[in-house]
Design a binder for this molecule. Structure first.
Ligand code: NAI
Length: 401
């Protein structure tokens, strides 16, 4: 079998190329985000594509590249890919949802201390020649209470870091979560808001979390407390936050995500929070570190390796998730097909007519497609794959080893 060809675009961290080359794949890099037109020219030469957030993968690109095996988003989001079309074309899409968890958690800790010591304002003043040496309103974080809303990957990391600095941690989550260390689960958001000196938001963007922090919630916050939001911009009603800051009920905030964010670094950023005291504004950099980019490169390269070499779709965002160990002494055949009655019978008919012995067979389906992994005792796997691939309802068929 000749080496699979992988194209990585948008300056994906070089560790991804290193890992994939060491696995025997051929890898090419380009630094920009190719347009649809450019992709249509490039992709006939590649089996696998790796992108970041700026390359759009449309239905047209997918339908014109029926040979494409997998797509990797070397980032968190996958909305730049037409996921439904990718699934219907039998192309799993992988991403790296948790490679930047620690980066966000560390930023939150830094912001909590910065707000406590008014670092943002004092730094700005020192730069323009003002010397504000005063302890008034400056506090240690030790012994204070941190309220974490959303105790998932990031929230729980913040919990561990904060406790190690002597904060008391409380959290609220809609799902029952095991508290780490001495953290205490709160029965409701309002109970958490009442007692927290710092409130940090780590919920996903959903219809339920839209405007989670509005007028009523700011009023429920402890007077003189602080808000940190590095989750999603839709979670906070900015005008209500501005009112709470101006009345001094909320002593400060650090906001990394906004309801409307500039599309690129060339566009202007505007927010009603600009110019207010003890307000730290950052351009959605919570997860933007070189360590996170490195971790993303490793995570998606590993997903590619596992799919290309053993057929594991574990972690694919648009595909039935299957993860099977390698079976020594067999050939593994993968088939993606339209999930309609009778397909499996047709495939098994072809195998039995070829006299091949099935050592193991695993089928996972969703409402549109079926993903079949077969371990065969046969030297005929390649020929069988060609036969199975010709079936009307087959979408993609491949022998991995
Ligand atoms: P996660 O899915 O691991 O955790 C989210 C938690 O929020 C879950 O435990 C869930 O049960 C809980 N939750 C959902 N709805 C809730 C509600 N109404 N009230 C309380 N809890 C609720 O997500 P992860 O990885 O921790 O990410 C959290 C947020 O951080 C996401 O919005 C993500 O997009 C954002 N993020 C921001 C980055 C940045 O650069 N600022 C980078 C990475 C993630």
């Amino acid at each position: 079998m000749s080496a699979l060809r992988i194209l990585l675009v948008e300056n994906i961290h070089e560790v991804a190329k290193e890992r994939l080359v060491s696995e025997g794949f051929k890898v090419d890099l380009i630094s920009h985000a190719p347009s649809e037109e450019e992709l249509l020219k490039l992709l006939p030469n590649y089996d696998v594509l790796g992108i970041r957030s700026k390359t759009e993968i449309t239905k047209k690109v997918l339908q014109n590249n029926k040979h494409l095996i997998a797509i990797g988003c070397f980032c968190i989001g996958t909305n730049q890919v037409d996921l439904v079309s990718a699934r219907e074309e039998g192309v799993p899409v992988f991403n790296a949802p948790h490679s930047n968890t620690r980066s966000v958690a560390e930023l939150v800790i830094a912001e909590m201390i910065s707000l406590s010591r008014q670092l943002g304002d004092r730094n700005t003043k020192a730069h323009v020649g003002e010397w504000v040496k005063s302890a008034v309103g400056a506090h240690e974080v030790r012994g204070k209470t941190l309220g974490i809303v959303g105790y998932g990957h990031i929230g729980s990391q913040v919990s561990i870091l904060a406790e190690s600095m002597g904060l008391k941690v409380v959290f609220y989550d809609v799902v029952k979560k095991l508290p780490l260390g001495n953290a205490v689960s709160m029965p409701s958001l309002s109970e958490l808001l009442k007692i927290s000196d710092f409130v940090t938001l780590h919920v996903p963007e959903t219809p339920e979390t839209k405007d989670l922090m509005g007028k009523e919630q700011f009023a429920a916050m402890k007077p003189g407390s602080h808000l940190i939001n590095a989750s999603r911009g839709t979670v906070v009603v900015i005008d209500e936050l501005v009112a709470a800051l101006k009345s001094k009920h909320v002593a400060g905030c650090a906001i990394d995500v906004f309801p409307e964010e500039p599309a690129s670094n060339k566009d202007k950023f505007q927010s009603p929070l600009q110019g207010l005291s003890n307000v730290i504004l950052t351009p959605h950099i919570g997860g933007s570190t070189e360590e996170a980019q490195f971790a993303i490169g490793i995570e998606v390269a590993e997903s590619f390796r596992r799919y290309l070499k053993i057929g594991s779709t574990s972690g694919a965002v648009n595909f039935p998730n299957v993860d099977l160990p390698v079976k020594q002494g067999t050939s593994r055949l993968l088939n993606v097909h339209r999930n309609e009655p009778g397909v499996l019978g047709e495939i098994n008919g072809l195998i039995s007519r070829a006299g091949a012995n099935i050592e193991g067979q695993y089928l996972s389906t969703d409402e549109r497609i079926g993903y079949l992994v077969m371990d065969l005792h046969s030297s005929k796997a390649q020929g069988l794959a060609e036969e199975i691939g010709k079936l009307n309802r087959s979408i993609r068929t491949r022998v991995v080893y």
